[in-house]
Design a protein around this ligand. Structure first.
Ligand SMILES: C[S@@+](CC[C@H](N)C(=O)[O-])C[C@H]1O[C@@H](n2cnc3c(N)ncnc32)[C@H](O)[C@@H]1O
Length: 207
């Protein structure tokens, strides 16, 4: 595998030295888009949050800042991501407000119906089957719980479609595809927004 392909493929599951470099970059690289996504969470007052595919853990930290009374569990199937997210949120972990765990979104082992809010930033491209994974998310959300997805690709932008060709297992989704999978997984009241200048999307649904 060429170095470029190897490096960009670290977005799917960061591993080794290149994975560490990628995770360090993701925290800063996704910040603006993640903050735009989080600005859509206006009516939610969560106590227990699950941050799925947390990468370097920056967004778990921002959720802790946004909701000072909430606790955040951050999960990722990459050991490198778990290490970085643990380091990034060390203070909150010490104070008991944050947990970082290794786990796969396609087979969640967390307690059922225990979270008010689930978030997924820049990660569903790599999930093995949207409907299957969204059903897992629905399982750990309380009734009435909210699931927010934020992507920098709207499934049609040229740059992301190029990466889709390079990164094995990556799939960019349109808002319509995400909405349909959410509904099949049992979510309702699906709302979406598209950034006015960029291909960024936010999709929010209720269990
Ligand atoms: C592009 S990174 C995004 C990281 C972070 N959410 C952000 O916005 O910076 C995608 C992350 O999703 C994780 N991921 C992908 N598929 C996953 C799965 N099935 N279960 C858990 N984590 C997954 C990867 O390991 C990686 O850390």
């Amino acid at each position: 595998m060429g170095l470029f392909k190897n490096f960009v493929s670290q977005t799917r599951k960061p591993e080794g030295v290149l994975g560490k470099m990628m995770v360090n970059g993701m925290n800063g690289g996704h910040a603006k888009m993640a903050d735009w996504g989080m600005s859509h969470l206006t009516i939610v007052r969560p106590e227990h949050i699950i941050e799925l595919g947390c990468g370097g853990g920056r967004n778990a930290g921002e959720l802790l800042n946004k909701y000072p009374n909430a606790k955040v569990t951050a999960i990722d199937y990459s050991e490198v991501s778990v290490q970085k997210a643990t380091e990034y949120n060390s203070e909150a972990i010490k104070s008991g407000r944050c947990k970082v765990q290794q786990g796969d979104v396609s087979a969640l082992t967390l307690p059922k119906e225990s979270f008010d809010l689930a978030t997924a930033f820049e990660t569903i491209y790599f999930w093995p089957g949207l409907e299957k994974c969204f059903t897992q998310v629905a399982g750990v959300l309380k009734p009435g719980g909210v699931f927010m997805i934020v992507n920098e690709s709207d499934g049609t932008d040229e740059a992301s479609l190029k990466f889709e060709q390079i990164i094995e297992g990556m799939k960019c989704h349109t808002i319509n595809e995400i909405e349909a999978a959410l509904k099949s997984a049992g979510f309702s009241e699906v709302q979406s927004d598209h950034h006015k200048d960029k291909p960024w999307i936010t999709v929010i649904a209720k269990k």
